[in-house]
Design a protein around this ligand. Structure first.
Ligand code: TXA
Ligand code: MG
Length: 344
């Protein structure tokens, strides 16, 4: 199959992409977070195609992308007021809500769960595609399973060339890490994955937020977890990644002491001069966390090279969007962190 590249700016693109979705084909779509691998979320055969193309475990459910909050009611029931409050505050935007699913949503989409994840993305062309297709679009991040997410059309082409019908090229994604996921099916709202909508923003609307343990710690692959995707090794280049925490100077001293040829350093732009001779790759500015979230996955993909032995990574501290960047980097590092301040 020839994978078509459809520029988002072409006026004919939404119609072509929507027709392909209606035919049960796979179409990669841009969103403000990452590119998604989209298909008709109500068509079991089309959804099966997503799992095949990604090599994704069947129990890992998909997010349904909708064009507006009014579509939630077709897909979900027992919708709490909190869901409407969050939609009002953050949609369209990088927020996914988990709610009880109506029977119209196939079990193939929900990974067998009786809940479904829904999100209204902040990308005009993609919302037009959803509207024209007339169905919710199921779309996981478009990377091959376990690999760093796709934040450009080129990343998607790299992973799926010749295996999907089309890629809508909307340029690089603005946020760069996947959406924040909040589970609203229990008494208390629960954060399942941090993202562009921060815990602080959620708490301001909800008044209460439980942080799921999968956000902060490594989860055993046999564990029962709320977001099945959280237990799989994720976002990871092929070689081991270790996060080195501590001050700029202490971290650089630690890394330079342990660095051997074939290793790489993933750092902040401000730190590049400290790593001369250590093959540093900067993923953004420490002073602007949005550049770090936008640049992280492209950098991790660049480091996904069997010739590399080990990656030493620098991670931003603090809350807000930094919390999401920490989560992705820690997962890429399988929670392997050394504290340069504590090293003698
Ligand atoms: O930003 C995003 O959310 C991107 C773009 C394309 O929208 N999509 C995305 O999808 O990141 P994916 O499949 O890579 O991650 C979805 C996560 C997985 O960890 C999955 O287990 C969880 O959402 N999830 C989906 N449905 C769920 C449900 N019903 N209950 C709990 N977790 C769910
Ligand atoms: Mg993913």
């Amino acid at each position: 199959m020839q994978t078509r590249i459809l520029p988002a700016a072409d006026p004919g693109t939404p119609r072509i992409a929507a027709d392909l979705i209606r035919q049960g084909q796979l179409v990669a779509i841009p969103t403000e977070t990452v590119y998604g691998l989209g298909a008709d979320g109500l068509n079991e055969a089309a959804v099966a195609g997503i799992f095949r193309a990604k090599g994704r475990p069947q129990d890992n459910p998909l997010i349904l992308h909708i064009w507006g909050p009014e579509q939630i009611e077709q897909l979900c029931h027992r919708i709490p007021q909190k869901a409407y409050d969050l939609a009002e505050a953050f949609w369209p935007g990088p927020l996914t809500m988990v709610l009880p699913a109506r029977s119209v949503v196939p079990k193939a989409t929900t990974g067998g769960l009786d809940t479904v994840a829904v999100r209204c993305p902040d990308n005009e062309v993609t919302r037009q595609i959803i509207r024209l297709s007339g169905v919710p679009i199921a779309a996981p991040s478009a990377n091959l399973s376990g690999k760093p997410s796709t934040t450009t059309a080129q990343h998607v082409l790299h992973d799926h060339d010749g295996r999907i019908a089309a890629i809508v090229d909307g340029g690089p994604c603005r946020v760069g890490v996947e959406s924040t996921i909040v589970d609203l099916t229990e008494e208390r709202p629960r954060l399942l994955r941090p993202g562009g909508i921060t815990p602080e923003q959620l708490t301001a609307v909800l008044g209460d937020l439980v942080i799921d343990k999968a956000v902060t710690a490594q989860i055993d692959k046999d564990a029962v977890v709320k977001a099945p995707g959280m237990k799989y090794r994720h976002y990871a280049p092929s070689e081991p990644v270790v996060i080195v925490s501590g001050s700029r100077e202490k971290a650089a001293a630690y890394i330079r002491r342990h660095f051997t040829p074939g290793d790489r350093v993933l750092c902040f732009q401000e730190e590049l001069p400290l790593y001369e001779g250590c093959a540093p790759l900067a993923y953004g500015l420490e002073a602007d966390v949005n550049t770090l979230s936008a640049g992280l996955f492209a950098a991790l993909r660049e480091l996904d090279d069997p010739g590399i032995h080990q990656v030493y990574a620098r991670c931003p501290v603090g809350g807000g969007v930094a919390y999401a960047v920490q989560n992705r980097l820690k997962k890429a590092a399988a929670f392997h962190i050394v504290d340069a301040e504590a090293e003698l």
